[in-house]
Structure formats: C-alpha cells, structure tokens
Design a protein around this ligand. Structure first.
Ligand code: ADP
Ligand code: MG
Length: 331
C-alpha cells in the first residue's frame, strides 16, 4: 500500500543525489553512450535524466514501475550481479516520493510515456522522443514533507549530485556525461561535462580521470595493474607528494560501482603508511574487479559498502600492488 511504499522508498531515496544515482545507473545499464542530467533547485523541483540507450518497450513501461520488477536478474541468481540495478526498486520508489514521468522509445517503434505521482499511475500515452529514455522527477518528497525538511541547501544538494555523477563517470569512460543546472529561466548552465573517451583501458581511464579529477592528478599519479587469485586491481594512484588534507580525492570502485568501504580505505592507508603522515590522504582512483560471487554488494540499497568473501586477500593485493607501484616510481 502507499504508506509502505513510501517508507520503503525512503530507504532507497534519501536525497536528490540518490535519485540521480539510480537514474544514471539505469541509463548506463541500458547501454547509453550519452547521458544528460538536468537539475533545478538542487534536484528538489526537477531531476531529468536523458539517455540514448535501448529504451523500454511500450508494453513493459508499467512493469518498470512495479515493485521488484527488474529486467536484469532472474531471481535465482542474486549472487551473479553484473549490472548496477538488480532489485527493481528504484523506479517504484521514485514514483512514490515524487512526480515521475518516464518517456521511452526503442529503436523501430513509437515512443510512449507513463506518469506516476505519489504512487498513482496514469495510463500510458504516446510520446515523440528519440530512441532512449527520459526520466523526469519533479517535486521530490512533496508527499513526505518531513523528509523535505532534512534536505540541505540547493547548493549542497547540487554538490552531492555532482559528486555522484562524477563518480559514475569515472567508471564509464566511454560514456559521455553532461550535468546542467536548469534552475530559473533560460538555457541552464553546464556544471560538469565529460565527453566520451576511447582507447585502451589505461588511455581511456587516464583521459576520463583528467576530465573529472583534473590534469594535475593524472600528471602526479602512477598506473596500477595487479592481479591475485581472481581479483584484479587497476587504476591510478597519486604520488605521496600529491596528497591531500582530506579523503575527498579517494575514489574506489568494486566491479564498476563506486564504494566507500572501510576495508578498502584501510588498505589504502596501509599502502601509503610509510610515505604519508596520518593527516595526509592519497588521491586515488582504483578499481577492484572480481567474479560477482566473491563480493556482496547487496548490503543496503542506498549504501556503498561491500562485503568480500576473503577480505585479507583484497587487502593484501591493494597494499602490495600500491607499494610496488610507489617503489617503481622511486618512493
Ligand atoms: P533495476 O534497475 O533494479 O532493474 P529500476 O526500478 O531501477 O530497477 O528499473 C526497473 C526496470 O526499468 C529496469 O530493470 C529496466 O528494465 C527498466 N529501465 C529503467 N530505466 C531504464 C532506462 N533508462 N533505459 C532502459 N530501461 C530502463
Ligand atoms: Mg535501477
């Protein structure tokens, strides 16, 4: 019922940035090459994500909005998760906490749209759009004023959205991202843009990290590429001389998902312990990849911690790979 849906929705959607995360992940899962994110008033009045992915067939639109409906997993296979989405919770949750419209078109068919507001679903209508999907979420939390009160200033919410978009962009160099602030009248203002970069893994990653973290980071970072018992660690690790006074520039990913995880942060600290005092933090963008059954990313829908089957192995890989890389770079 509506109340239970709203409570469950609050678990998934804490703030505008969590809605943006879910929508951009869906766009990535749909094979999008370009993703545009338009935001007004810190996401409180408008979040719109436009992608050129494969779209949703008209007859599947209502299904996309029903709880626990996902096209990405067959239920028997909860440990074998390759795409971001796997719960089928995001869209129904967003439809419960805001005014949601999904417009979508698959190649070779007419476009269609479906709206839901406060949990009430309208009939499907035709929509004139390009192949892909446009999800528009207006008036987030209009039905739950208590939650609205806990949101921060538009500026702070926009900052959180920008952080989410940048992290997702780091993991997907071949996808182009544009984040626009469309508050008020006019065309809006591009606040972040990263065009698609190509090349081999390290070239593409270097290009994308330059766009997101800045040229100074990539000029002061070393490539890391190591493997141990089915775990691969790749990415760039900042030189100790390029350390920071806070952990803001620590970007960690597990199987392509941005995570903040105690084990991984601890491993980083261990790797740099000989080079940095406790109040200095390395800048890194590191990616751990492994078979899906070696890690549980299913801990909490809105949280970004993970649980490895063998934490010691992952820690050992990170510490030794980074120490070697730093030693090779003359540290
Ligand atoms: P999940 O991502 O966990 O499957 P969601 O509620 O986020 O659940 O989405 C439900 C379903 O709607 C997805 O499984 C997918 O089939 C479809 N969908 C959502 N967003 C998009 C999109 N941008 N492009 C194509 N299909 C989408
Ligand atoms: Mg999803």
């Amino acid at each position: 019922d509506a109340a239970i849906n709203r409570i469950a929705a609050g678990e998934v959607v804490e703030r505008p940035a969590s809605a943006v995360k879910e929508l951009v992940e869906n766009a990535i899962d749909a094979g999008a090459r370009r993703i545009s994110i338009d935001i007004a008033d810190g996401g409180k009045t408008l979040i719109r994500v436009t992608d050129d992915g494969w779209g949703i067939p008209q007859d599947e639109l209502p299904l996309a909005l029903s709880r626990h409906a996902t096209s990405k997993i067959d239920g028997s296979d909860l440990l074998n998760i390759h795409s971001f989405g796997f719960r089928g919770e995001a869209l129904p949750s967003l439809g419960a906490v805001g005014r949601l419209t999904i417009q979508s078109r698959v190649s070779g068919a007419e476009g269609s749209e479906l709206s839901v507001s406060g949990g009430r679903v309208e009939p499907v209508k035709p929509a004139a759009i390009n192949t892909g999907t446009i999800v528009t979420l207006r008036d987030l939390f209009f039905a739950t004023p208590a939650r609205l009160k806990f949101l921060r200033t538009d500026r702070a919410e926009m900052q959180a959205i920008s952080d989410v978009v940048k992290r997702l962009a780091m993991a997907e160099p071949s996808v182009g991202f544009t984040l626009r602030d469309v508050s008020g009248d006019g065309e809006g203002r591009v606040t972040f843009r990263a065009d698609a970069v190509t090349g081999d893994l390290f070239d593409a990653l270097r290009g994308r990290l330059g766009q997101v973290m800045g040229a100074e980071f990539v000029d002061n970072a070393i490539a890391v590429d190591a493997e141990r018992e089915g775990f691969r660690l790749t990415g760039y690790a900042g030189l100790p001389t390029y350390s920071r006074g806070s952990a803001v520039a620590q970007h960690l990913f597990v199987n392509g998902r941005p995570v903040r995880d105690k084990l991984l942060i601890g491993a980083l600290r261990g790797a740099y312990a000989d080079f940095l005092s406790r109040d200095r933090h390395p800048a890194v963008a590191l990616f751990v990849d492994c078979a899906p059954d070696k890690v549980d990313v299913n801990v909490h829908p809105a949280k970004s911690d993970v649980r490895f089957r063998d934490p010691g192995l992952v820690r050992g890989l990170i510490v030794s790979a980074l120490r070697h890389a730093l030693a090779d770079a003359g540290h």
